[in-house]
Design a protein. Structure first.
Ligand code: HPA
Ligand code: ZN
Length: 326
């Protein structure tokens, strides 16, 4: 069976997707026009050709700049609806979706606008046969913990629509330990907890996310490969990694897919999942990420199916919900 078709037909869950990273250049221009926002790019092509990154920070600078076109509930709705249509077409049955409230609140966008827009699109997709979605509120680790705690307070009346909290943005020099109180508070409120760790940062940040933040999954986590005892710990406790292969290549975490550690992590028993991160920027949605890994390592259909099965195991769905979706 042709690998591409095999991947396309597999039911999958996506667990590492920044909704702001699904903002395609065409939509940047459409929303800029609708909202009267000036852009420093002459055309969709000029913007797309700026998507050539040396590292995480260069990407983040463009990502935060593009988010400036997101102003109204309708904008957030259209963005989420566009991602979910794409996800449905790729046979994604369930998505656990990050958003960055601090990137919007600091521009004067109200929490209500973000939440009404996103959850409206989630509900519409779920009623139309899927995918189902959950929301993970991410905090920007390059800001201080006080800003995160203040933002968490603003989310109070929306917590019934938020499944968990996460940590993203510039990793180097911003260790998980900086957010110990925030995560303690989130756990005490019964929220799920995840964190980006070991993307550009060291294996020690992955260990900190486990020990100090007590996260249930690690986002990226690829640098765990540098610490064999840590890899063994992830495997033994079945702590999933939400790996984003094309992102790691585009942000030059690894020079090419053959150098990526996903295959070695799988071989050592780690619950690896494959995700798109910021698909509008990194050249592919979920199926393209599966295909890139499958081709680089000549994965068997059984190995590819294990990655998809892992995505449901690693999700926050209840067991009965998983059985319904697979
Ligand atoms: N890494 C860290 N922060 C992010 C990313 C990423 O890949 N995408 C959006 N915010
Ligand atoms: Zn990410």
């Amino acid at each position: 069976l042709d690998t591409e078709r095999f991947i396309a037909r597999l039911p999958k869950a996506e667990l590492h997707l920044h909704i702001e990273g699904a903002l395609e250049p065409e939509m940047v221009f459409a929303l800029a026009a609708r909202n009267g926002v000036a852009l420093p790019y002459a055309s969709v092509e000029a913007l797309r050709s700026a998507y050539d990154f040396e590292n995480l920070q260069e990407f983040l600078d463009l990502y935060y700049q593009a988010t400036q076109v997101l102003l109204t509930a309708r904008d957030f709705h259209d963005l989420a609806a566009s991602y979910l249509r794409r996800a449905r077409d790729e046979n994604i049955r369930h998505a656990e979706i990050f958003f960055d409230p601090q990137a919007h609140l600091r521009r004067g966008v109200a929490f209500e606008a973000i939440m009404e827009g996103l959850t409206g699109a989630f509900d519409a997709a779920a009623s139309a046969g899927g995918p189902t979605s959950r929301l993970i509120m991410c905090f920007l680790r390059d800001l201080d913990e006080a800003d995160a705690l203040e933002t968490f307070d603003k989310a109070r009346s929306w917590l019934d629509k938020i499944a968990g909290v996460g940590l993203d943005s510039a990793e180097a020099g911003n260790p998980p330990s900086k957010f110990a109180r925030l995560f303690e508070r989130a756990r005490a409120m019964g929220l799920h907890v995840v964190a980006h760790a070991g993307e550009e940062g060291p294996a020690a940040y992955v260990a900190q996310a486990l020990d100090i933040l007590e996260v249930e999954r690690i986002d990226h986590g690829v640098h765990a490969i540098d610490d064999p005892a840590l890899v063994e710990r992830l495997a033994r406790h079945r702590v999933p990694l939400t790996i984003c292969p094309l992102s790691n290549i585009r942000l030059r975490v690894y020079p090419d897919m053959r150098a990526h550690p996903i295959r070695r992590l799988m071989a050592q028993g780690v619950v690896a999942t494959v995700n798109s991160d910021d698909p509008a920027y990194f050249g592919g949605y979920v199926n393209a990420n599966y295909l890139a890994v499958a081709q680089a390592f000549a994965l068997t259909p059984a190995e590819i199916a294990t990655l998809a099965k892992n995505s449901f195991e690693a999700s926050f769905l209840a067991e009965a919900e998983k059985r319904q979706l697979i």
